[in-house]
Design a protein around this ligand. Structure first.
Ligand SMILES: *[C@@H]1O[C@H](CO)[C@@H](O)[C@H](O)[C@H]1NC(C)=O
Ligand SMILES: *[C@@H]1O[C@H](CO)[C@@H](O)[C@H](O)[C@H]1NC(C)=O
Ligand SMILES: *[C@@H]1O[C@H](CO)[C@@H](O)[C@H](O)[C@H]1NC(C)=O
Length: 761
């Protein structure tokens, strides 16, 4: 409104541009006037009186008035001056809107006489309105890949003014993507179009704000603006892209299940689902999918199974990232499993020689292989055995070792070795494996039998029973098995005259020596021979020892009785000598020539007959020699204290005996035997309990049985019984028969304290 006021004076001069056609003349030609809109009230429009040809004053006389079509008193007629003025300010836009030209029809009415003049008032536009957009902001969504040149319609602005005052042009702010072109419709209105100059990239610019200006053609020019917000719509023009094309990860093989191996990450520049990434294994072997788990959401790869470097040491995974729009990207993941020293070395015996023979030079006992399934230091190994054994390890081809002896072994000093082979790896912590091998040393016949003594002395009591075990020799062999089995033998004697083979024999297996026959001290007091011990090895080894057998004298010449003879002569004529003229068993008894003692010549045995008759001759040294004889009846009896029947032979010869001699003998014998009996009884009582010895005697009768034929040659034993015997001796007459008792003392005592009866001739 202010603008209109200012313009007013100028308009005024333009007022009278019209078509002055005399209304009175034409009659129907309307009076035409024009006025600028917004002209002030009271402004002069035209002088109607003049235009219709009336004089001043006539108007009032004729009662002229202005009648508008819509009865709005917009114009006022001054009847005095005839001037038509604006009764109000006119707004073209109010009156006519967009209609152009804007014409107001009215009449000038004269009442007296009635006359009507038609008139038109043209309301002319002034630029009193600015272009206006209906919205302060327009939102335009444009796909980012729209091609340059694409046109987008924009809402036009509105300007109430018309003509040049209406919108003429649209512009937008400077930018590199769009320009605006102004188009004209068929009805002449202008509208803007947005033209894309350059492809949009949502990932670069997701939204643009531009100011759209509408300009009218008025003067001064008016404008209106609106904001255009351009939203660049995403299209899935970006595939997911991994931060790295190759991810490398290292995982110790003992990592627990669930541990994170690596996290892959891809990004997608697109928005929305086009930018939503999910990860998946592009290609996966069964092993990989059993071992790893890929989170499709986070891209984390985790273990779902324990790793084993020794089985699989690396994995290659291809991972795909897909966005919601179906685009995808790939990366590779290389997972290296790091070795952990989780495997002990392994020891495998390939060959084992057991047992090994002794005395052999360096010998291979075992060939074995060591292995460690770990790698690197964890898989390096050292191998050893304990120090204190005569064995050593020798490396052979590639992880093979030989266990060899250092040299010859001696089974006799150690027959068995426990070897502990230890394989240790160099990892952390060190792991070791032990294997125990028991090595047996087999025997070689390298030891000869050895006698327990270099020489043996054996004592054998004479008169031994045949096949008597007289002693044992023994040799040991340090070898084993047959190499240690010893056989004993007699070696040929040095003295070729010694009848060794008939004297002794040896048990080859146990070294027992036996006398083959009764030895006689009186014939052979000692003898020597060599024995050999030979093992059964191959070759056999042997050794020898000396055995000396000493025959121990036994008192085997036992006094039976004594015959006594008297000679009345003297000197040489009374020198008597006795001799055994006849005996039932020669060799069993002997008579000593000088004193008439009758003795046993050997030990009695059970086989000897019970009764013996001895004919003893005595002769003097006279010239011619005189002689006499006596017959002795010896009865070998069992038991003692039994009265004995007279010997039949004795009875038969009784009568021949000289009775005087008989009486004398009886008297003497009685006295002697009584004395002797008492002495013997006394001695027997004293000694009987103390001594035990082998014994033999006339009429010797064991209480149980006759002593066995094995006699302890060493003399260590004593007889468990004292033998008592009864000697029965018969003379030529009945009265010649004596009885006496005495104990048989062990012969080793060598004593004989008995008295002998005399047998006077
Ligand atoms: C519209 O405005 C532009 C920029 O101001 C100008 O280059 C162009 O000539 C104008 N067009 C009209 C028809 O006035
Ligand atoms: C060897 O080991 C065995 C079994 O442990 C044992 O009986 C034997 O006495 C050992 N031998 C040696 C020589 O240590
Ligand atoms: C091997 O022998 C050693 C020493 O005798 C012993 O300590 C170890 O336990 C044995 N090892 C095996 C595997 O028998």
């Amino acid at each position: 409104m202010e603008a209109r006021g200012k313009r007013f004076p100028k308009q005024r001069q333009v007022l009278i541009l019209f078509f002055l056609l005399g209304a009175a003349k034409a009659g129907w030609e309307p009076l035409r006037y024009s006025v600028m809109e917004e002209t002030e009230r009271g402004s002069f429009v035209a002088n109607v009186a003049k235009d219709i040809g009336l004089k001043v004053g006539e108007l009032s006389a004729r009662e002229a008035r202005v009648v508008s079509e819509d009865n709005q008193p917009r114009l006022q007629l001054d009847l005095q001056s005839g001037e038509l003025t604006l009764n109000e300010k006119l707004d073209r836009e109010d009156l006519c809107g967009s209609t152009e030209p804007c014409v107001m029809n009215f009449q000038v009415l004269l009442k007296k006489p009635l006359q009507v003049f038609r008139a038109q008032l043209l309301v002319r536009d002034i630029n009193d309105h600015s272009p206006e957009f209906s919205e302060r902001e327009m939102v335009l969504k444009i796909l980012e890949n729209s091609s340059p040149g694409t046109v987008f319609s924009l809402k036009k602005a509105q300007d109430l003014d018309v003509g040049d005052n209406n919108i003429q042009n649209y512009t937008i702010g400077l930018n590199s993507y769009f320009h605006v072109s102004t188009r004209t419709r068929g009805d002449g209105t202008k509208y803007p179009e947005l033209v894309l100059d350059k492809e949009l990239d949502r990932e670069e610019v997701a939204e643009l704000r531009l100011t759209l200006t509408a300009l009218d053609g008025g003067s001064p020019q008016r404008s209106g603006t609106s904001q255009i917000r351009i939203v660049v719509l995403d299209i899935n023009d970006n595939a997911p892209e991994f931060a790295q094309t190759l991810y490398k990860a290292q995982v110790p093989e003992n990592s627990p299940v669930g541990s994170l191996v690596v996290k892959v990450s891809a990004r997608d520049l697109d928005a929305g689902t086009n930018g939503q990434i999910s990860y998946s294994l592009f290609y996966s072997s069964q092993e990989i999918s059993k071992t790893f788990e890929l989170s499709s959401f986070t891209g984390e790869i985790r273990l779902i199974k324990k790793l084993d470097f020794e089985t699989i040491s690396s994995y290659e995974l291809d991972i795909e990232a897909s966005d919601g729009g179906g685009l995808n990207g790939k990366c590779s993941v290389s997972i290296k499993v790091l070795d952990v020293n989780d495997n002990s070395p392994e020891l495998t015996i390939s060959s084992l020689t057991n047992p090994i023979p002794e005395n052999s030079p360096e010998t291979e006992v075992a060939l074995f292989k060591i292995r460690d399934r770990d790698s690197g230091e964890n898989g390096k190994m050292v191998c050893s055995i304990q120090d204190n054994v005569p064995f050593m390890l020798k490396p052979s081809v590639e992880n093979f070792y030989r266990l060899v002896t250092e040299g010859g072994l001696d089974r006799e000093s150690q027959a068995e070795y426990n070897i502990t082979i230890t394989a240790t790896d160099l990892g952390t912590p060190r792991l070791k494996t032990q294997l125990n091998i028991t090595v047996l040393v087999s025997d070689i016949n390298d030891n000869a039998p050895a006698f327990t003594q270099t020489s043996y002395t054996l004592f054998v009591r004479e008169n031994n029973s045949p096949a008597l075990h007289i002693g044992t020799i023994s040799a040991t062999d340090r070898d084993s098995g047959t190499n240690a089995q010893v056989a004993y033998s007699l070696l040929p004697p040095q003295d070729p005259h010694l009848p060794l083979a008939s004297l002794v024999s040896i048990n080859a297996d146990n070294g027992h020596l036996f006398a083959l026959r009764a030895l006689d001290y009186e014939a052979l007091q000692a003898f020597e021979f060599r024995v050999g011990a030979t093992d059964r090895g191959s070759p056999a080894l042997s050794s020898e020892a000396l055995v000396r057998v000493v025959v121990v004298d036994a008192n085997d010449n036992y006094l039976v009785t004594k015959v006594v003879a008297v000679d009345g002569d003297s000197g040489q004529n009374a020198w008597l000598s006795f001799q055994l003229l006849k005996a039932t068993e020669p060799g069993l008894f002997s008579v000593w020539a000088h004193n008439g003692e009758v003795r046993t010549a050997r030990l009695l045995s059970e086989r000897d007959a019970a009764k013996h008759r001895l004919l003893v001759l005595v002769k003097d040294n006279g010239e011619p020699p005189q002689s006499a004889s006596v017959t002795l009846h010896v009865l070998l009896v069992d038991g003692f204290s039994q009265p004995y029947l007279p010997l039949p032979e004795a009875a038969a010869e009784q009568a021949q005996a000289d009775s005087l001699t008989v009486y004398l003998v009886i008297a003497l014998a009685s006295v002697s035997s009584l004395f002797l009996f008492s002495v013997v009884l006394f001695v027997a009582v004293r000694l009987c309990g103390r001594h035990r010895a082998a014994s033999a005697g006339v009429c010797s009768v064991p209480e149980g049985h006759f002593p066995g034929h094995l006699v302890d040659v060493s003399g260590t034993g004593t007889l468990s019984h004292s033998y008592q015997y009864e000697v029965c001796l018969t003379g030529e007459s009945e009265s010649n028969e004596f009885k006496f008792l005495k104990p048989i003392l062990p012969s080793v005592l060598g004593q004989d304290s008995r008295r002998k009866p005399e047998f006077p001739e």
